[in-house]
Design a protein around this ligand. Structure first.
Ligand SMILES: C[S@@+](CC[C@H](N)C(=O)[O-])C[C@H]1O[C@@H](n2cnc3c(N)ncnc32)[C@H](O)[C@@H]1O
Length: 217
């Protein structure tokens, strides 16, 4: 069966494009995608920019999936995937023009994640984060104290995660015949079911999120 959870995740790429469109045009920017997962935003970044991208994550399963997708894409020459932690990297100081992180910095920890990004981002470089308000808003002062100026906030429509991701995903999962799935797909569905359960018990406001674009002074 042709089930791929990334097809649902792709709904949010229109906001990735909006955030990218806000950035000034750059010639072949050097981009770091932090917590790239299976590479849904990374591939979109490659499509939109003419840059080179290093995509990092600690989750080998997600990266294996990404490797397969990358092989079948036109971007193999511009995307390098590495299994490393943002908190344990050996990138040179002031190395990247753009650091992109969709849904990763709250997992890594705002303070540690921000400090790690600060070291490896060039001066006048951009840090682009997709984060839930609930997590990032109380940490905005930390970013400004560290020398990151918030230059744009792109708010995603209220309830979008439920309407466009979790509800349709749950409906589809209900109709799935497990005997037609491979082991990786079954694992993905079990993980998705746990997330759906979490969302049902969560305060809907916890899902409201935005792209935050910072400029490093
Ligand atoms: C919510 S997922 C987002 C995946 C992808 N950016 C997306 O939007 O589809 C967060 C990702 O951050 C990764 N992550 C967690 N800690 C990390 C670390 N220290 N360094 C790099 N990635 C990390 C997780 O493994 C996970 O794949």
């Amino acid at each position: 069966m042709d089930f791929d959870i990334d097809n649902f995740r792709s709904v949010f790429l229109r906001y990735t494009r909006m955030a990218h469109d806000f950035l000034p045009k750059m010639i072949e920017p050097h981009i770091l995608d932090v917590g790239c997962g299976s590479g849904v935003p990374t591939l979109e970044l490659a499509k939109m920019s003419n840059g080179t991208i290093i995509a990092i994550d600690v989750d080998m399963e997600a990266l294996t999936k990404f490797h397969k997708k990358l092989k079948n894409s036109n971007y193999e020459h511009r995307i390098t995937i590495k299994q490393i932690s943002l908190l344990d990297n050996e990138f040179p100081d002031e190395n990247f023009d753009i650091i992109w992180a969709e849904g990763a910095i709250h997992v890594i920890g705002f303070k540690k994640g921000m400090n790690a990004c600060h070291r490896i981002l060039k001066k006048k470089g951009f840090l682009v984060l997709l984060e839930a308000f609930a997590g990032i808003e109380k940490n905005l002062e930390l970013f400004s104290y560290r020398g990151f100026k918030l230059v744009k906030k792109i708010v995603l429509p209220e309830g979008i995660w439920l309407k466009e991701y979790f509800d349709p995903l749950e409906k589809l999962i209900e109709t799935i015949d497990y005997s037609e799935l491979g082991p990786d797909q079954v694992k993905e569905i079990e993980k998705a079911k746990d997330e759906i359960e979490w969302v049902k018990n969560a305060d809907p406001e916890e899902l409201d999120c935005a792209f935050y674009i910072f400029l490093k002074n």
